[in-house]
Design a protein around this ligand. Structure first.
Ligand code: AMP
Ligand code: MG
Length: 415
């Protein structure tokens, strides 16, 4: 076998841009869904309001609607009407007040609401008191929510490409939409390669043959994919043989948008992903200048996209977050897929940085700084369980205690 020339390391930003460019010409498949079912989905329409919210000036307090000019010390103002939420008042007679409740429309002629705690009922008691004395000053407009102050008629309240969350669903409902046009869930087939892998549950720890390990990648990748809203076909473990890998890929490419694998993307004799994908479609094998991570494969098998993650658990985990997550979001029409980074203080030293961009597993401490997990090896899954974020450290940059670093919160990326 001829020696494989060492491929150049590609910067992460270049790799991500090239990976996303694959989706440029692709039309996002969409479906209509009840607004109640659309949490976590990506909006495929602009939501334009056909009304104003709130639709009328209304009271933000239980109290009395009145004209400020009618207030004078000791003056008794008769209650001329009662306006509960859901009903409509009549024009306010001069020199009177309207008993009003939160959310009820302000009657024409009133210019303020005085809360009930600032009024004294006279000639009787209880909410239907026939008259009151106002015991405070009032400003024109106080305790009035203005028509359209939340949403103006014709305004775009939600934009296509937004990943819907609880607040956005409430907004869609507030402008009257019971259904929304959203991107279809990505259909993803997942399998792991590696003859050393054993599925938890099939063998007790004490019976594991030498050299075998449990398949951990399958579990976190399946969970990450489900949290991303994917429709997952979990194909389990595929043996390290070319024929088995080709067969698995052929099956996986049927009716899926993405085939995702872990392991076998290096170029050793036991790594069959490369020849198998090449046999069925096309493949680019990249060495990305990140740590953990580095080997990464992408291409096509039939109609499906293909992505091969490295086998080392932390590499697999981190490359999923850095590359697969944005790919799945863009596939659904999300434009801004950049990770957000916080500037935080390192409470650790990192004197020997790698020449690759590093993603260090760290945890926020009570003093607002970051602690470093002591073992940063790409096989140590404990680091990701312990950590709540990654420090994105540029190539060759050493860190001294007290330096400001770029923190990426893991919980932000878990869905
Ligand atoms: P590979 O990329 O196949 O060369 O695997 C790199 C390292 O990751 C090896 O030590 C594998 O045993 C380990 N590995 C690969 N796949 C998995 C998996 N699904 N779960 C846990 N470790 C794995
Ligand atoms: Mg392997």
């Amino acid at each position: 076998m001829s020696a494989t020339p060492r491929s150049p390391l590609i910067p992460l930003a270049t790799a991500l841009a090239q990976l996303l460019a694959v989706l440029d010409e692709r039309r996002v498949a969409t479906e209509t869904l009840s607004t109640l079912q659309a949490d976590g989905r990506v909006l495929a329409q602009d939501v334009v309001s056909k009304l104003e919210v709130p639709p009328q000036d209304n009271s933000s307090m239980d109290g009395y609607a009145l004209r400020c000019a009618d207030i004078a010390p000791g003056r008794v103002l008769p209650v001329s009407q009662r306006i509960p939420a859901g009903s409509q008042g009549t024009p306010l007679q001069a020199g009177t007040v309207a008993r009003i409740f939160t959310g009820a429309p302000i009657p024409p002629g009133a210019d303020a609401v005085v809360m009930q705690e600032d009024c004294m009922e006279v000639n009787g008691s209880g909410p239907s008191a026939p008259a009151i004395q106002v015991q405070t000053q009032a400003q024109v407009g106080q305790w009035i929510r203005r028509r359209g102050e939340d949403v103006m008629y014709g305004s775009t309240v939600l934009h296509s490409g937004l990943r819907l969350g609880p607040a956005a669903l409430g907004m869609a409902a507030s402008v009257g939409l019971a259904d929304l046009q959203v991107a279809c869930k990505p259909r993803v087939a997942l399998f792991s390669t590696g003859d050393e892998l054993v599925m938890p549950g099939t063998m007790a720890p004490q019976d594991m043959p030498a050299g075998s390990i449990y398949n951990s990648n399958r579990f976190f990748l399946a969970a990450l994919l489900r949290r991303m809203g994917c429709e997952l076909t979990d194909m389990g473990i595929v043996p390290d043989r070319l024929d088995a890998t080709v067969q698995a890929l052929r099956d996986a490419a049927q009716a899926h948008d993405l085939v995702l694998t872990s392991g076998g993307v290096s170029v050793g004799e036991e790594d069959h992903i490369k020849p198998a994908v090449q046999q069925l479609g096309r493949l680019d094998l990249w060495q990305i200048a990140i740590k953990p991570g580095k080997p990464f494969a992408h291409g096509r098998v039939g109609e499906a996209h293909f992505i091969g993650l490295p086998g080392n658990p932390v590499s697999s985990f981190v490359t999923f977050l850095l590359l697969v997550r944005p790919f799945l979001l863009r596939m659904q029409g999300v434009q801004d897929v950049a990770l957000s980074r916080l500037a935080l203080r390192a409470d650790f030293d990192w004197p020997r940085p790698d020449r690759r961009q590093e993603f260090l597993r760290v945890r926020r401490n009570a003093a607002g700084g970051l602690d470093l997990f002591p073992n940063q090896s790409s096989g140590v899954l404990t680091s990701v369980v312990w950590g709540d974020g990654l420090v994105d450290n540029p190539p060759g940059r050493s860190i001294a205690r007290g330096d400001t670093v770029h923190f990426i919160g893991l919980s932000d990326l878990m869905g």
